[in-house]
Design a protein around this ligand. Structure first.
Ligand SMILES: [Zn+2]
Length: 562
């Protein structure tokens, strides 16, 4: 997710930071140091900095003179633009769903047959499902402060059956109503397979949010009861939060029959296989391979612009809102930015492995939100600006960030409650990768200048306990308030990764990330996976790199003694 709705809070935070010695110095491409906050870096540097290859060399020399030149061991680093192969079919879970969206009642529901296996070493004597729509009823009475309070209802889940025996399963909920427990009369042994069947009806709340309907646009996401992740500590059911990305699930295939009003234009995870007309409705058949979730957006007012990048078909949906040219231009700019993102990220991290990418300009309070094969961008972002501004600026901030999540959340999953920087910091770093690859603007962060002790030991920060950005690699729940989390996971996380990149030769850090993506593709990674990869290729004795890690991250990920 890219947050803009809390921009005032964030700007307040950043203005507090910038009034201190805690500004970050960015070497621009003319080799001069300039003082900027991270937010202004994102929004202004493309306008103020032009790059040419010769200037880049000069800037690099400036940088390398401040830090030790590095040589990484490139043995085993995948080639640029390498393929990312899907997980074998037998290792994926499978959701088979018959769904109906009731536009008048604002409900989504139907029947689910979910086939999966126990991928742990322990017997499962119960299952845990996550039912996020129920949190949209009244999160406060559920003991939650999820920041969402709408006209939602508790999801009706019924006819739950264990396919091995045909036995019915009685469910219960925690005080956190999104946590649903299903006791199994016959435990599921390690490696054993079963099909769980259930019916559900969830209310789509009337709200401009990542899950909700507003102005006839349905954002139907995280809407069906989904199996939680089983970890060494048991079923993971961290508290929902309405910021960033707080979902954690397993790679699955989906076969979906989705019934919607006959005039509704639907964009979804996966590929449409066909469509049948009913009386006043239509049923769309959809198949998705190797994804963590299935979502869709629908509206009777959607128009689309479409394009391709290699084997991937891209559709951008928008509504006209009486400003047809403005919104169409915005959509066309977002299409171009999407093509750019797939090109640049594909070369840097490995090719986007899916055949479709859907981009929806929709009512949503945040700047954007990411799902497998589908991103939502707030419909008014950049509206009215010219197409090049949309491509360059909206592209380098929102579109690139959400498409970056296709690699860091989608392909490489993680527990975003416990290690939120693993997807948000990497997605924020992809904004820079876009800016460099498309706008030819390479930022440098010199760790020897930026991350001196002044940053962390600053008296003001010590005396203001609510400002607790560092270390950035903490669970969401360990930050004192959301603004701290946003600054840490988005701005400082992006800076930390740019700073690591700055310690290495051009392209080397992309190579290390590419190796991390290959190693962890289609499973849930931990930060140890990333740091093991980093140390494998960059060594544990790179002083500049170690200083960055020491400055931004806690002791759990520090390099082992060389
Ligand atoms: Zn994000």
């Amino acid at each position: 997710m890219k947050k803009t709705n809390r921009i005032i809070a964030l700007l307040l935070v950043l203005s507090m930071v910038s009034s201190l010695s805690a500004c970050k110095l960015h070497f621009n491409l003319h080799g001069k140091a300039s003082s900027e906050t991270s937010e202004t870096t994102e929004t202004t540097t493309t306008a103020t900095t032009e790059a040419t290859s010769s200037v880049t060399t000069t800037a690099k020399e400036t940088e390398t003179s401040a830090t030790a030149a590095s040589v990484i061991d490139k043995t085993g680093i995948p080639e640029k633009g390498c393929k990312i192969e899907f997980k074998p079919v037998e290792d994926r879970y499978h959701y088979d769903m018959d769904l109906t969206l009731d536009k008048e009642e604002k409900t989504i529901g139907g029947h689910v047959d979910f086939t999966f296996f126990n991928d742990s070493d322990a017997d499962w004597d119960n299952l845990c499902l996550r039912d996020y729509p129920s949190l949209f009823k009244d999160p406060k009475t559920a003991g939650y402060d999820a920041g969402v309070w709408t006209n939602g209802e508790i999801t009706d889940i019924s006819n739950i059956k264990d396919g091995r025996t045909g036995a019915s399963i009685d469910m219960s909920r925690d005080e956190d109503v999104s946590v649903v427990w299903l006791p199994l009369a016959t435990p599921l042994a390690p490696g054993e397979k079963m099909t769980l069947s259930y019916d559900f009806i969830a209310t789509v709340p009337t709200v401009a949010d990542r899950y909700g309907v507003q102005n006839g646009v349905f954002n139907v996401t995280n809407f069906y009861p989904i199996l939680a992740e089983y970890t060494k500590d048991g079923w993971s059911h961290e508290k929902y939060y309405n910021c960033g990305e707080c979902f954690y699930s397993e790679i699955s295939d989906y076969d979906v029959r989705l019934t919607v009003p006959e005039n509704m234009v639907v964009l979804s995870t996966g590929l449409e296989q066909g469509e049948t007309q009913n009386d006043g409705s239509k049923t769309i058949t959809i198949h998705a391979d190797c994804v963590r979730d299935f979502v869709f957006c629908g509206s009777e007012e959607f128009k689309t612009v479409e394009g391709d990048y290699k084997d991937t078909h891209i559709r951008v949906a928008y509504t006209e809102e009486n400003k047809a040219l403005t919104y169409k231009t915005l959509a066309e700019g977002c299409l171009e930015a999407s093509v750019n993102s797939l090109r640049v990220f594909g070369e840097a991290f490995g090719e986007y492995p899916y055949k479709d990418l859907e981009v929806i300009l929709a009512p949503i309070a945040a700047g954007g939100m990411e799902y497998p094969n589908l991103i939502i961008i707030t419909k008014d972002i950049g509206a009215g600006s010219d197409i090049n501004n949309v491509i360059n600026t909206v592209g380098a901030t929102i579109v690139s960030h959400e498409i970056g999540h296709q690699w860091f959340m989608g392909i490489v999953g993680s527990n975003s409650g416990m290690e939120p920087w693993l997807d948000e910091s990497f997605a924020s770093y992809t904004e820079y990768v876009y800016d460099y690859g498309v706008n030819h603007h390479r930022s440098y962060i010199d760790p020897s200048v930026i991350l001196g002790d002044a940053y962390i030991d600053d008296e003001w920060i010590r005396n203001n306990k609510s400002v607790d950005y560092i270390p950035i690699n903490r669970p969401f729940y360990d930050f004192n308030y959301e603004g701290s989390f946003i600054t840490a996971a988005y701005s400082l996380g992006k800076d930390a990764l740019i700073a690591m990149d700055s310690c290495l030769e051009d392209g080397e850090f992309y190579g290390i990330i590419r190796a991390y993506v290959q190693k962890c593709a289609f499973r849930n990674a931990t930060q140890k996976d990333f740091f093991d990869t980093l140390y494998q290729y960059a060594g544990t004795d790179n002083k500049a790199l170690n200083k960055i890690i020491n400055s931004y991250f806690d002791e759990s990920v520090q390099p082992p003694a060389a």
